[in-house]
Design a protein around this ligand. Structure first.
Ligand code: PLP
Length: 446
């Protein structure tokens, strides 16, 4: 198992030790705070006010399923986006970040039961599911030639081939592709789930983060009284407050299937074993989302994601050999290489001798994926860090970048430089010596 999102961080640390002058641009990071985003200006005050309240409630444990007032508030909050939402607060389970919820959910699935994963996928889901099953993950294809929408034929075929599948995972808006699923797509997936009596798990941590005039189609509305459904949300990305470790699970349509009801109860019990989830953000959360300035904050944040997405798409689309899908949600993009354009003879000139030797040794491993090889050369030659698509259970070579840039001028410099580096890399096995292109290439972001 290789968790590339973390492995690339270790790789970067090592090349920085070898070449302290290498300027790093972290286009790999999915943490808005680490990318220089501030929190909403009113958030620190809300936290300070709660901490100063008599009784020191935020310092204590809270209810094992989550602060009761917050769970009641969630029911009212989600109803604003989704009018037919009719859960009771007992159907909401707070978790210490969605990471804890994901882990508990797969852990309690039961022996021999599988949840089919998208490919490419956010690796925490795919790995946790595979760990719990003790088997490799089973996946359905997301189609880069159809805006990364799920390939419904492939999904159905896999379900037929694997009777052990009891659920379908959706990530919408998607990490790592930035795709937003249409209502039609969701309707088709609900039909498949109905036909094969499966539950749907919908990770919607990015549900508020949609732009380019797209809208979030509500699986909750479409699946209502049709299929068992778990929806997952949290405040790591939109507030953004990833260090809060606060997310929640919604258990919908439990009346449809008694096994599903038992499963939901078992997840609640599993979280009970952790005593409770982090208290402070649960208490502050309703005040953040209900704050009169929150919508303006979101609008400003989304405008920036939209501009970044469109500009990066425009720049990278001009690169021959690369296929780029514009993103309409979340803050990730997954450009892929056209088939056959990558080889194990390509390289980029690396100025620092120690780094060059280190990278050449790394890429000499016979089982290194071609996109990881590219990512290593890119990092060492230019300082631009992205994550190989192969680290996201992708069958297409490519790389994931994040669109969280704060400075448009710098963003353009980075991506124009990246475009040039890709062209150089792809042409590097076409008769040029690396010494030759070393002198020709000037990275525009040096
Ligand atoms: N789900 C998806 C699709 C994510 O991209 C992430 C984090 O990147 C998470 C869940 C984990 O979120 P949390 O910070 O709440 O654990």
């Amino acid at each position: 198992m290789r968790y590339e999102i973390r492995e690339i961080v270790d790789f970067v640390q090592r090349i920085q030790e070898l070449d302290p002058l290498l300027h790093i641009e972290n286009e790999n990071i999915g943490d808005p705070i680490a990318k220089g985003w501030p929190v909403p200006p009113f958030l620190p005050d809300l936290i300070a006010q709660e901490m100063a309240k008599p009784g020191y409630k935020v310092f204590g444990y809270t209810h094992s399923r989550g602060n009761p007032e917050t769970r009641k508030w969630i029911c009212r909050y989600v109803k604003r986006f989704c009018p037919s939402f009719d859960l009771d607060s007992e159907d909401i389970l707070m978790t210490s970040g969605l990471g804890a919820g994901i882990s508990a959910m797969y852990h309690m699935l039961g022996k021999g039961k599988r949840v089919i994963q998208p490919s490419p996928s956010y690796p925490t889901h795919a790995f946790m599911e595979a760990f719990a099953a003790g088997e490799e993950s089973i996946s359905y294809r997301l189609d880069p030639n159809n805006g990364w929408q799920p390939d419904l034929q492939d999904l159905e075929q896999k379900i037929v081939n694997h009777p052990e599948i009891v659920g379908i995972l959706l990530i919408n808006p998607n990490n790592p592709t930035g795709a937003v699923y249409s209502k039609k797509t969701l309707e088709s997936i609900v039909k498949i789930a109905e036909k094969y009596e499966l539950m749907i798990i919908s990770d919607e941590i990015y549900f508020r983060m949609i732009y380019n005039a797209h809208q979030h189609a509500q699986i909750t509305e479409i699946a209502k009284s049709r299929v068992p459904l778990i929806v997952m949300r949290g405040l790591s990305k939109d507030v953004p407050w990833p260090g809060a470790r606060c997310g929640w699970l919604e258990f919908h349509n439990q009346h449809l299937d008694k096994d599903f009801k038992v499963y939901c109860e078992s997840i609640k019990k599993r979280i009970l074993m952790e005593v409770c989830s982090v208290t402070l953000p649960q208490i502050v959360m309703p005040q953040i989302y209900d704050h009169p300035d929150f919508e303006d904050w979101m609008a400003h944040y989304l405008k920036s994601l939209e501009d970044n997405s469109n500009q990066i798409t425009k720049i990278l689309s001009s690169v021959k050999g690369l296929k780029v899908n514009r993103t309409n949600g979340a803050f990730y993009m997954l450009p892929i290489f056209e088939e056959g354009v990558l080889s194990d003879r390509q390289s980029l000139p690396i100025a620092n001798e120690k780094v060059r030797v280190f990278v050449e040794e790394k890429v000499s491993s016979p089982d290194i994926p071609l996109d990881k090889r590219f990512v290593y050369y890119l990092a060492a030659a230019t300082g631009v860090i992205v994550v190989p698509a192969s680290g996201f259970f992708s069958s297409y070579d490519g790389f994931r970048l994040t669109t969280l840039n704060r400075d448009p001028k710098r963003r353009d410099e980075i991506y124009l430089g990246l475009a040039k580096a890709i062209e150089t890399y792809l042409n590097s096995d076409k008769g040029q010596s690396s010494q030759q292109h070393k002198s020709e290439v000037e990275w525009s972001f040096d």
